[in-house]
Design a protein around this ligand. Structure first.
Ligand SMILES: Cc1ncc(COP(=O)(O)O)c(C=O)c1O
Length: 470
């Protein structure tokens, strides 16, 4: 039972139960719902807003030190996967800030969480001042993480995926001191702090910054050669461990490569390489900042049945608040991790609504909604590939992470397609390099079959244009 639902006699409870609050909330939700309902299809920009919008974009680009990737400035309202921009256009949002808005835009559950948060005494929770809201979020996250008895005892909150990962690294290093090295996959992305830029396998993210930690790379799973790639990866771990005996503190696993291009590993692959890593006393860290909530289970480590093997797991994005979840045996000594901000009231209330909402509404399981949405989307992508052979190659990702390689997989082709879709009203983004892929992270909690059909229509039109001009 949530602490906020117990009868306590507290003033806070009296405020929450005040009939005026209930009425104000009802009116606000009604107003948002009524206005949001007007946004129910893709729409082009209002001509009269074109110039002022461009001025906003130019000025914003100037202030932030670089133009925005998309000419996207939200007006502040949407409806499910549809979002209104400040130029009056409406987009079908199948990227959601790279996987953040799990229920899309202006969802009543999230608006309600915001109203509740606004009644809370502070905006932020942090090291000295946590609230029952933080307690409820952590309790919920740990319950989900331990659905299959993983034995993950603790959950530390923070405000970004990178910070959750930074805390994971510190916890692992402290436990395995004096080991100082990290092993991770080629093409892995872990964030952009000084340390995580070393874990991330992309040279330009380390351009001009000093080396913070020692990282060595191992090959990822190859779906075209499962056994061979597993053997090669195990051998690579063995090779590194013999080269630097006792110096690896952790094996860093991105179970579904996200920025790398939406490539999942497999249960057998992960079990084999973890078994090898454990022989060399490495902590097993699963970075689920992007993959959380998108497979057949809330956590990808559950999907791949690694509950007994992971020591530290990180989540972020769709959870709104980011977390480092870890076994008791990894509990850091006092002082290692602490923060002024662990999250805002709204982020925690909304995050809890999203993670519990997906669990409660049939998204998981081998026949759950995540799989159904994926299958429908991928079947449509394959139909487009049949119509325009060589246009959209697999693999197509997993669950709520859908991707393909457009044409020959050049950066230019992928960007051209993403931008064409943007201008026709569908939001996507690129991933990976060599080949460059196009990805979708639809808002799982509100995407319907009709939304996917509409996305496929736009995709097909844009692919057709590209095929015609090739
Ligand atoms: C797998 C993974 N880890 C870490 C991060 C970093 O998260 P954030 O951008 O919230 O710092 C990301 C962001 O894309 C990610 O995909």
């Amino acid at each position: 039972m949530s602490t906020t639902q117990q009868s306590t006699g507290l003033v806070a409870e009296a405020l929450r139960n005040d009939p005026r609050v209930a009425e104000a909330k009802r009116l606000l939700l009604e107003a948002v719902g009524e206005h949001a309902a007007k946004i129910n299809d893709v729409k082009t920009a209002s001509p009269e807003l074109a110039d002022p919008y461009q001025n906003l974009l130019d000025e914003y680009g100037q202030m932030r030190g670089g133009n925005l990737y998309f000419p996207y400035l939200a007006s502040g309202i949407g409806n499910g996967p549809f979002v209104e921009l400040a130029n009056g256009s409406v987009k079908l949002d199948f990227i959601t800030g790279i996987g953040v808005h799990g229920f899309g835009h202006s969802d009543p559950r999230i608006v309600e969480a915001g109203i509740d948060a606004a009644l809370n005494d502070t905006v932020m929770h942090g090291n000295l001042q946590q609230g029952t809201i933080s307690y409820d979020f952590v309790k919920s996250m740990l319950a989900i993480a331990n659905q299959s008895n993983a034995g993950l005892d603790h959950c530390f909150l923070t405000t970004s995926g990178a910070m959750a990962n930074e805390n994971a690294l510190k916890i692992a290093f402290q436990k395995h001191a004096p080991a100082t090295r990290t092993l991770t996959f080629e093409k892995c992305f872990a964030g952009r702090t000084l340390a995580l830029a070393q874990v991330t396998d992309k040279a330009k993210y380390r351009d001009g910054i000093p080396k913070a930690i020692d990282v060595d790379l191992i090959p990822f799973f190859d779906h075209e050669d499962p056994q061979g790639s597993t053997r090669r990866c195990v051998q690579a771990i063995r090779h590194h461990a013999h080269r630097f005996p006792g110096q690896y503190a952790n094996l860093w696993l991105e179970l579904v490569q996200g920025e790398g291009g939406y490539y999942p590993g497999s249960k057998d692959f992960f079990r084999a390489i973890i078994t090898e890593a454990k022989k060399h006393d490495m902590a097993i860290i699963a970075d689920e900042v992007q993959s959380f909530s998108r497979t057949t289970r809330p956590f990808a480590f559950q999907h791949f049945e690694l509950d007994d093997l992971v020591d530290i797991v990180t989540v972020g994005k769709i959870t709104q608040v980011c977390c480092t979840i870890y076994r008791d045996s990894y509990k850091p000594r006092p002082g290692l991790i602490s923060q002024t901000f662990t999250g805002s009231s709204w982020a925690m209330l909304a995050g809890k609504a999203i993670i519990e909402g997906l669990v409660d509404s049939g998204h998981y399981g081998p026949e759950g909604r995540n799989v159904k949405l994926h299958d429908q989307f991928v079947a449509g992508i394959k139909r487009i590939e049949e119509k325009f052979p060589g246009s959209l190659k697999g693999p197509y990702g997993i669950g709520g992470m859908v991707a393909f390689t457009p044409f020959k997989g050049s950066f230019e082709e992928a960007k051209d397609l993403v931008m064409k879709m943007y201008h026709r009203g569908l939001l996507s983004f690129m991933a990976g390099g060599n080949p460059t892929r196009v990805r979708f992270l639809m808002p799982l909690g509100c995407t319907t079959e009709a939304h996917i059909d509409q996305a496929l229509q736009i995709l097909e039109t844009c692919v057709g244009e590209m095929a015609a001009s090739a």
